[in-house]
Every structure is written in C-alpha cells, then in structure tokens.
Design a protein around this ligand. Sequence first.
Ligand code: RRO
Length: 308
Amino acid sequence: IDFKTTMANAEFPSIFLNASGVNCMTVTEMDEMINAACTGGVVTKSATPQQREGNPQPRYYQLEHGSINSMGLPNEGFPYYLDYVTKEHAKPTILSVAGLKMSDNIELLHKIQASDYTGLTELNLSCPNVIGKPQVAYDFEETDALLAEIFSFYTKPLGVKLPPYFDLVHFDQMATILNKYPLTHINTVNSVGNGLWIDIDTEKVVIKPKQGFGGLGGTMILPTALANVRAFRQRLNPSIKIIGTGGVTSGADVFMHLLCGADMVSVGTALLHEGVGIFQRLTDELTTIMAEKGYTSIEDFRGKVQDF
Ligand code: RRO
C-alpha cells in the first residue's frame, strides 16, 4: 500500500511524523527520524529565537496511560533549526516555531520569509508550559489578529499547532478564524494542558515545574484528539490539511485518526517510549487492518467515519 502524501510543496513518503518535542531536539535525533523506516519526515522541536534550557527537572513523567510534561520549551534556538531544515534531506521537514511573546512570532516568521527555506513551517500556538503565559490559541481575538498580521507579509507554506478544544462552539469560532487565512494545515492536538498527577507514597506531584501541572499526552488523550480532528475536518476549508496528533500507540489508533479526516498522523508519547521502530509497527498494523477491510488506499476511508 502506498502511504505517500503531499502537503503544500512537500511530498512525504509516508503519513507518519514525530509529534514536535519528541525525538527532534538535536540534529542526531532529527536525522534518526528522517532515516527511520516508514516515517514521512521530521517536525523540529518548537524553536524560540534564542536557545533555552527549559524548566527545572524532573519535567516529564510517564503515567500508566500516557505522560505529563512541563518541558518549558528547551531547544537549541531558531538559527539551529533553520539551518537544519534549509539543508537537503531525504524526506521533508516541518520547522516548528514558538514565540514566547507575540512580537517573537512575527519576528520568527519574518526571518523565515527572508531566508532560503522554502518548506513547511508550523507556528505553535499551544504550548501549555511557559510560566506566566497563556496558550495563544485559547484567545480567539489574539489568534485572529496574529494571523492577520502574519499573512500581511508571509507567503511561504504555514500551518498552526492547536491546543485541544472541548466545546463545539469553540470549534465553530476557531474554524471561522482559520478559514480566513491561506493555511497549509493545522496540527491537532497539542498536549491537554495543565493536568496533574500525584505519587501517593510521597504525596508529592511528579514533575517539578508549575507545582506539578503539565500537559497530558498518550493513550488517555486519544478520544480528545479524535474529536478535534473530526470537528475541524467538518469545519475547515478542504484546502487546509490536518495532521492528527494525540494518543496514537497502534495501527488501530492511526486508522481512527484517518477515519476522522487526518491527512497525516504524528506520534509523541509512544515514540518516546518505543523509539523510531514504532513507525514500521504502526505501518504494519494499519496495513493489516486495511487488508482485512479490503481497502487499498487511505482515500477509501479517510474522513468517512460514520454516525451511529
Ligand atoms: O516544551 C514544552 O513544554 C511543550 C511545548 Br513547547 C508544547 O507545545 N507542548 C508540550 O506539551 N510541551
């Protein structure tokens, strides 16, 4: 089965990507994603203008059904990632960027616009872990104003990484805003912000930053991720593609994301635990499910989830 897919000017050999933040901090990790079997390419760690150490450790904790993190945007800095994606690679790259303030976002996109990079960029509007900063995409007016300013000068392929929404009216409101702009894609969802976990022996929270509050990922967020993929697919212009992210650990999970309308699927928590070998396993499991159902192409079922 052919899992090739295109987004803007990029031809991905497979539908699978890493979720930004996992296996993409360094050149070694990004190269590993590109060279691994069955990956479509690599998404960089969200880059800030300057290198950052991130929040104090421990800042990631594995839960029984997922993960909690408050990394706080540790990254090598924008020039490092721009340099990486501007080089030739065997598979496409997506440059993820995240300003710590609005003027950062504008400045980063001006730099990409002025650079030699012609590939995809994804603006992260949904980091839940910057101390004292709200997730931009939970402020609809702010998001609209930011995108209006960006598209007054930006002409390269651009998508946005969104937080999960939990109210159907919020899907309506955000989709109405996104549909005004020539976005290549949305990536939904980022981690479910500000969950909390406690070790009952020590009676302490399990990560140090923010008194233990952190973004949830993994199996526990799969239903939220599926809802966000489907809700946006029902509302967005067909020209805006969807990267489904959240809770994928099996081919069945991938199949559900695709039924909801995902064009590509990315893997975070499960990639961290299993390593890049997971993409061969997911491909094999998805292929088996499709064969059992007599599907020969993703287009046979993409977005075709049926109501009860
Ligand atoms: O670095 C982080 O703490 C982080 C980011 Br930027 C993000 O977008 N999502 C997340 O779960 N963690």
